[in-house]
Design a protein around this ligand. Structure first.
Ligand SMILES: NC(=O)c1ccc[n+]([C@@H]2O[C@H](COP(=O)([O-])OP(=O)(O)OC[C@H]3O[C@@H](n4cnc5c(N)ncnc54)[C@H](O)[C@@H]3O)[C@@H](O)[C@H]2O)c1
Length: 452
């Protein structure tokens, strides 16, 4: 099939490369010329495991191309995936300007039947707006071509995006048109050879499914973070509690790790957008308001712990003279995405309290320059950067931080303080090694079987 994917970011580039991999002819469009020029030369603008190989192979074999020429891409394709960004506006609502601009362009340039697929995460009712915009543009031209607008929200996770796209646990297709449903099924068939995982529904339910999924996951994380905060105050251990509740099959183990708050390009904005959608139909979504507020507070927890350990309240800036090392900048491992990452708040707070900050991340250092410029010392070596620091904070649970060389850490730090925002290390091991170890939601007592 001939496919145009409009918006070549985390979602668009992955979707484009995966559709090309299954034999389709795909053109990836973006209005960022630099990005497209880079892609034409094989430069992948984001870090996503396996993406580079997939893009290079499919481009070399002629199934995947890149352009800024949207009108040409529209004319040559049957299916148009809209995968542009939908960032939060000032009031929390999803900013649909890019989506609507693409929709209008499709109306301006289409010359035959088209399927327009909303893959961006968009509020319920957006497919109707896209349809209206295309109709208006066709009317201005005095032409009438058939088209159908489909909702096909994306559920991939950054860091495992290719795997998720190639082997999805479900593909949601929202359409009322039988012919379009059949074409979408054909397109996705190669990704579900073992078992059909295509779920077809009406357009509005498909749009809602994406928000409901993200809101549920954000709520689980936040619930567990609050349980962790309470465990800390009561002398209980959140790691044990997690095992205890995860074993309940109605609850399960996923998304129960406590941490410094959820971040990334999806959960924060989608939760806010759903609250806003609810407001627009006079519904007060109390639960999600609490989730958002609790998450903002959670992002303060790590810097509060450093302040408690090292702060000097007699100084205007209580961490003046301190240097803090930070492991992890991306909002989660295996991505370079720092949108709404907890590290932004943690480091911002430390700087505001007068500390100097050195930070390491396996993939996000270039991204970090955009956020911090020269205000943070961005380091490529995980251990060398620790020399002379007053404490180490672990913010992101990259694999290379899971089983580090503790002797090296201890020898390099001025004082052996580790604030662990991801509960990566055993309490007993850290105590025996002589660290002041501050995890989240864990008491200093060992578990009976000594496994803590
Ligand atoms: N990143 C994720 O993990 C993820 C997962 C599921 C869904 N989503 C949703 O998918 C959408 C895209 O997210 P993303 O993370 O890929 O965003 P992104 O910012 O990485 O990519 C968006 C791309 O669209 C381009 N663009 C913007 N306006 C354009 C226009 N008018 N014409 C052509 N190109 C344009 C930008 O230059 C950019 O390259 C969002 O709605 C997001 O919520 C994201």
């Amino acid at each position: 099939m001939k496919i145009a994917v409009i918006g070549s970011g985390y979602v668009g580039l992955v979707a484009g490369a995966c559709f090309a991999e299954s034999g389709n002819t795909v053109v990836c469009v973006d209005n960022n010329e630099q990005k497209i020029e880079g892609l034409k030369k094989g430069l992948i603008p984001i870090y996503e495991p396996g993406l580079k190989e997939l893009v290079l192979r499919n481009a070399a074999e002629g199934r995947l191309s890149f352009t800024t020429d949207l009108p040409a891409a529209i004319k040559s394709s049957l299916i148009h995936f809209i995968a542009v960004g939908t960032p939060p506006g000032a009031d929390g609502a999803a900013d649909l300007r890019s989506v609507m601009e693409v929709a209008r362009n499709i109306g301006r340039h289409m010359e035959s039947f088209k399927i327009v697929v909303d893959k961006s995460t968009v509020p319920v009712g957006t497919a109707d707006k896209v349809k209206t915009a295309i109709r208006e543009e066709l009317a201005k031209r005095g032409v009438s071509y058939e088209f159908d607008v489909v909702s096909n929200p994306e559920f991939l996770k950054e860091g495992a995006a290719i795997e998720d796209f190639m082997k999805p646990d479900r593909v949601v297709i929202g359409t009322d048109n039988v012919r379009t449903a059949a074409i979408m099924k054909e397109l996705y068939d190669p990704f579900m050879r073992k078992q059909n995982r295509l779920i077809t529904m009406d357009v509005r339910s498909a749009e809602m499914t994406k928000y409901a999924a993200n809101a549920m996951l954000a709520t689980r994380i936040t619930f567990m973070n609050q349980i962790a905060n309470l465990c800390e105050r009561l002398g209980a251990d959140v790691a044990a509690v997690r095992e205890g509740i995860g074993a309940d099959t109605r609850i399960g183990y996923d998304f129960l790790f406590s941490g410094p708050g959820y971040g990334g390009s999806c959960f924060p904005k989608d939760v806010k957008a759903l609250i806003k959608t609810a407001e627009e139909c006079q519904y007060d979504f109390l639960l999600l308001k609490a989730v958002t507020e609790a998450n903002e507070r959670q992002k303060q927890v790590l810097s509060d712990k450093v302040l408690k350990l090292l702060g000097d309240s007699s100084k205007a800036q209580p961490l003046d003279g301190r240097t803090i090392a930070c492991w992890g900048l991306s909002f989660k491992p295996r991505t370079d995405d720092m949108r709404e990452a907890p590290a932004l708040t943690v480091i911002g707070n430390l700087l505001a309290m007068g500390a100097k900050v050195r930070a390491h991340d396996p993939e996000a250092l270039q991204e970090a320059v955009k956020h911090f410029g020269t205000r943070v010392d961005l380091c490529t070596h995980q251990y060398e950067m620790l020399c002379g620091c007053d404490a180490l904070i672990v913010v992101t649970d990259w694999n290379e931080y899971r089983n580090p060389d503790f002797d090296r850490i201890k020898a390099a730090l001025k004082q052996p303080i580790v604030v662990d925002g991801r509960n990566l290390y055993k309490l007993s091991r850290m105590r025996e090694a002589g660290f002041t170890y501050v995890p989240l939601g864990r008491s200093s007592r060992d578990r009976i079987e000594g496994v803590s």
